[in-house]
Write a protein that binds this ligand. Structure first.
Ligand SMILES: [Zn+2]
Ligand SMILES: [Zn+2]
Length: 256
């Protein structure tokens, strides 16, 4: 019996010891579990946080993608503009080349024209010299012609007077002949009277007495004939055709 008790006690002691150990281990495990829970919780909260970050990042990525699309469109549009501008530049360079060619041609033409203008100016100066010389010669010739003309006119005037004198002398001869032919003194007297009357009568109208003189040629007529001629613009001497003006015909007084 004693032995059994002792064994039982011993066993109880071992079991109690074991129980204590178990409890100790249990509390240690609980401690560990708590720590794990804490760690788990920490991990959970970190995961939530990272999920949020991920979502934000995704949204941001979408926004950026949209921006990329927009920018790609803009870049395409800019590229088109650039291509158009390049095309324009090509066209403009072509026209610049054309214009430069034309400019070169025009400059050549201008040089030619310049040379021609210089030559023309030279020949114009030469011609001017010639012209001046010819002018001087012409002036001399005109002077000579004027001198000769006035000399000729003087000669013509003298000739006319001489012809009139000849006519007068012829009339005198006629009269002498008539006097010779007519026997009586009365007939001679009558002839002489007729001649003096004719001498005193206006040769233009053959009616009125001579009472006016032309101071250009000194031919004598009646005043009415000269005034009529002046007023009807036939302003020339009836005998010699010399032109006369308002101050060239004057009244003549043959008083007895
Ligand atoms: Zn008259
Ligand atoms: Zn006259």
């Amino acid at each position: 019996m004693r032995m059994e008790e002792e064994a039982l006690l011993n066993e109880m002691e071992v079991t109690g010891q074991a129980f204590e150990d178990m409890q100790e281990q249990n509390s240690r495990l609980i401690q560990q579990l708590r720590e794990k829970d804490d760690a788990n919780f920490k991990l959970m909260s970190e995961r939530i946080k990272s999920n949020q970050l991920h979502k934000l990042a995704r949204e941001e990525k979408e926004v950026l993608n949209e921006q990329v699309v927009t920018l790609a469109t803009q870049v395409e549009a800019q590229n088109q503009v650039v291509r158009k501008l390049e095309e324009k530049e090509r066209i403009l360079q072509n026209s610049v080349a054309t214009v430069e060619k034309e400019l070169a041609l025009r400059q050549q033409a201008m040089e030619v024209h310049k040379r021609k203008a210089i030559e023309s100016a030279q020949s114009a100066a030469d011609l001017k010299l010639h012209l001046e010389k010819y002018h001087a010669q012409m002036k001399e010739a005109q002077c000579v012609v004027a001198e000769k003309t006035s000399a000729l006119e003087a000669e013509a005037y003298k000739t006319k007077r001489l012809q009139e004198e000849i006519a007068q002398l012829r009339r005198k001869v006629e009269r002498m002949k008539k006097i010779e032919m007519a026997g009586t003194a009365d007939e001679v007297m009558a002839e002489e009277i007729r001649e003096y009357k004719e001498t005193l009568t206006c040769p233009s109208c053959k009616v009125k007495r001579k009472d006016a003189v032309l101071s250009k040629c000194f031919h004598v007529f009646c005043y009415d004939c000269l005034r009529t001629r002046y007023e009807t613009r036939q302003r020339k001497c009836p005998k010699c055709n010399a032109a006369f003006g308002a101050n060239d015909y004057h009244r003549l007084y043959l008083s007895t």
